[in-house]
Ligand binder design. Structure first.
Ligand code: NAG
Ligand code: NAG
Length: 409
């Protein structure tokens, strides 16, 4: 019943409407909207759905004329972590770099969250830890105020946020001697476009292109109707390294970088359509799970490069039909890769995601390498936490669960 490709997910952008009336994003309302739309879906004629998309696209165009609060350097905060002292951070802002102490010639990654996010973004810790292990300094960026507006306003704010981050990077290179070529912006969703604008801004001001930016399922809505010079594009950096997991819904569907990975085809991920009614937090899973998978796949690809080998191919169909086996291969977590084009790979539905079910493996006719066992310890502790969360969610919410069950189940 809960199927990934239903227009219900698009319809749930009526969440934008909820945000307009309520001025904030409420996950609970999102759930109600989702449940309500599933129920109503069969009653909505196709022509009306088309109208909805027309209105939605119109919003993209008119939104350019909307007045938004200015984004100032106070709205963007940086938290620097280094390997010497991974538990502590140095907090700074664009005009206050005195405390920043970066190793000369050391590499520095900048993590940029998406819409409604903040420094608590669930993927920051894992990618940070994996990069610290590779001797990167890691800066977690928080732009929560401009990110917690209506979606279309946050999407406009991305440009100004990027400008502030780019200026800060230029200052760091001038005052702290960290070469621009050692800086690596990594962004998810709206953050995926922010890293694009960072690259463009750095180039404009220094004449130097960043060697690489990483965009994790860069946002689709409102960006898919923009011309290439108003979004992340293939000239935003020397290598524009993109991972697609939710193309066509929350993510950007088409090729947008120089090195585009389409995981499991790039628009929907295995295991993402599950709703576990004992765990209320999973009710929104079908909506955001595909989109949120990208940073975790990248985190694993950094830690287990050999488990994430992708195959250059013209299309997912050709890849699935084994038509590209002799072509170029590249590891999705390889931060030195210079390959260009569209690359495909398959993953499984549970962590670690590189583990593919026996059945699927047979179907894919593909051999997965041996060291699949690494990482299971971490995974089981994660499951443990999940179990605890489940316990917590039992009780007062059972009425809602019943209601949800009658619609979804
Ligand atoms: C930036 O921060 C100021 C002060 O906290 C706030 O008033 C303003 O709304 C913020 N800007 C945005 C775009 O959120
Ligand atoms: C990417 O965007 C920049 C900045 O707007 C623009 O100058 C450049 O031409 C664009 N590149 C492509 C390939 O569209």
């Amino acid at each position: 019943m809960v199927d990934g490709n239903l227009p219900v997910f698009q319809l749930c952008f009526s969440d934008i409407v909820v945000m307009i009336t309520m001025k904030r994003f409420f996950p609970t309302l999102f759930v109600i909207c989702f449940v309500a739309t599933i129920d109503a879906l069969s009653l909505i004629p196709d022509t009306l759905k088309d109208d909805f998309f027309a209105i939605y696209r119109k919003a993209a165009v008119t939104s350019r004329d909307i007045q938004v609060a200015p984004v100032t350097p106070e709205n963007v905060t940086f938290y620097l972590f280094t390997k010497d002292d991974p538990k502590r951070f140095v907090k700074f802002q664009k005009d206050n770099l005195q405390k920043v102490n970066l190793p000369m010639n050391g590499k520095v990654a900048f993590l940029v969250h998406g819409w409604t996010g903040d420094r608590e973004a669930d993927w920051y810790t894992e990618i940070k830890d994996n990069l610290l292990n590779k001797n990167y300094g890691v800066v977690e960026i928080d732009w929560k105020e401009p990110a917690n507006e209506y979606y279309y306003i946050s999407s406009i704010n991305t440009y100004d946020v990027a400008k502030i981050i780019a200026d800060t990077m230029l200052e760091l290179s001038q005052k702290k001697g960290v070469p621009l070529k050692n800086m690596l912006p990594i962004g998810h969703s709206l953050g995926g476009h922010i890293v694009g604008f960072i690259g463009q801004k750095v180039y404009e001001k220094s004449g130097q292109k960043l060697p690489r930016i990483v965009a994790l399922d860069p946002a689709g809505p409102l960006f898919d109707v923009r011309p290439a010079d108003k979004r992340l594009n293939s000239s935003s950096a020397e290598v524009v390294h993109v991972i697609h997991t939710d193309g066509g819904t929350f993510g950007y569907k088409d090729t947008i970088g120089t090195l585009d990975f389409f995981v499991n085809g790039g628009s929907s991920q295995p295991g993402c359509k599950r709703v576990d009614l004992a765990d209320l937090t999973t009710i929104t899973e079908p909506l955001s799970c595909d989109h949120r998978r990208a940073p975790f796949l990248f985190a694993e690809a950094l830690a287990y490069p050999r488990e994430y080998i992708a195959q250059k191919c013209g299309s997912w169909d050709d890849f699935e039909a084994d038509k590209c086996q002799n072509g170029e291969k590249v590891a999705m977590g390889d931060l030195n890769s210079r390959n260009r084009g569209k690359f495909y790979l398959k993953t499984g539905k549970d962590r670690p995601f590189f583990k593919i079910e026996e059945e699927e493996k047979k179907k894919a006719g593909k051999e997965v390498e041996k060291n699949a066992d690494k990482g299971t310890d971490k995974d089981s502790s994660r499951n443990g936490n999940r179990q605890d969360e489940k316990e917590k969610n039992k009780g007062p919410l059972s009425g809602i669960k019943e209601a949800a069950r009658s619609v979804i189940g």
